[in-house]
Every structure is written in structure tokens, then in C-alpha cells.
Design a protein. Structure first.
Length: 185
């Protein structure tokens, strides 16, 4: 029951984020609070810890979107050149290897490297959402593709289904945000 509620709220988060509706951050915070326990019980310790980050990022995202940076209407969608992504990708891969090695050698964690990747990647991708950087959708597509396998393998079928739905929403989100990208970008 709790997992289904977390799934519904997480789905609402992405739909609202696509629409650039500030209430996406509220849905994210409540979903993450529920997922702390769901993931821990499934032996997905990195995923459980990640939920605390999502709660903090929900507060940050709310403030960032509310305050805005570029105009009175709020934060605008922006885009990064390809070279800006090299360092974050290398850091994500290094952290995945490091924490995956620790989990593999010193715990009963399920799928240590997969859950490490799907814990470190979202740290950066969520920050990108909070900053309305268009390429966040690219990161999420890779992360969520791996997450489908991870959650299905752990028997978290509603959550695996959520991530299949996310893959569809990611394509929609990218198109909507790209349309909202200022012409000067």
C-alpha cells in the first residue's frame, strides 16, 4: 500500500515538473519520505539514503523555482553545451564504482553497483531539474532505464512500472522544456 502511494506521488511529481508547476516539489518530498522505508525494506540501501536527498532537493527546488533567476515569471529553461557534461558523468561513474565496491564487499545490499549508479546519477540530475537545465531529461532516461531492471529484480513491481512510465514522460518532458527554451539558447 505504501509503495503504491509513493508511486502515485512520484508520478505526479514528474507530470507537474513537465508542466513546470512548483507543486511538483511537494509531491516529490512526500513520495521520497515514503520511499525511505520501502527501499530500506527491499535491501536497496543506497536508494533509501537517496530519498533523504530528494526531500532536501524538493525544498531547494521549491525555493529555486519560486524565486526564479531570469525573469519575473520565474526560472527559465536553459541548455548546456556537451562539454559541460564530461565532469559530472566522470564523477557519477567514479562514485558508482566506489560505493558499489563498498556495498559489494561489506553488506548484504542487493545489486550494489546498479543501486549505486541509480543513487549517484539522480543527485546531479535532480539538481539539473531544480535549475531547469534541459539536458536533465537525458540523464533521467539513462538512470530510469537502469532503474526499471533494478526495481523489477528486487520485486518492487509498482515501482518498476513507475519507471517504465517515467521513460515515456521523459520524452514528453524533453519536448515541452525544449519548446520553452529561450530563443537565445
Amino acid at each position: 500500500m505504501f509503495e503504491s502511494l509513493a508511486v502515485a506521488l512520484a508520478f505526479a511529481y514528474v507530470v507537474l515538473a513537465i508542466r513546470q508547476n512548483i507543486y511538483c516539489w511537494l509531491a516529490s518530498a512526500v513520495s521520497a519520505a515514503i520511499y525511505v522505508l520501502v527501499m530500506y525494506r527491499a535491501g536497496l540501501y543506497m536508494q533509501s539514503a537517496l530519498q533523504f536527498f530528494y526531500i532536501a532537493m524538493a525544498a531547494y527546488g521549491w525555493l529555486s523555482w519560486r524565486k526564479g533567476k531570469h525573469d519575473a515569471a520565474g526560472l527559465s529553461v536553459s541548455s548546456w553545451p556537451l562539454i559541460f557534461h564530461l565532469l559530472p558523468v566522470l564523477i557519477i561513474l567514479a562514485l558508482t564504482w566506489f560505493s558499489g565496491s563498498i556495498l559489494a564487499g561489506g553488506s548484504d545490499a542487493a545489486f550494489p553497483y546498479l543501486q549505486s549508479f541509480t543513487a549517484w546519477g539522480p543527485l546531479f540530475a535532480t539538481w539539473m531539474v531544480a535549475q531547469k537545465i534541459l539536458q536533465n531529461w537525458h540523464y533521467w532516461f539513462v538512470i530510469d532505464s537502469v532503474s526499471v531492471y533494478l526495481f523489477a529484480s528486487a520485486g518492487l513491481w509498482p515501482t518498476a512500472g513507475l519507471f517504465v512510465g517515467y521513460l515515456i514522460l521523459i520524452v514528453i518532458g524533453y519536448r515541452v522544456w525544449r519548446r520553452d527554451l529561450p530563443v537565445s539558447q
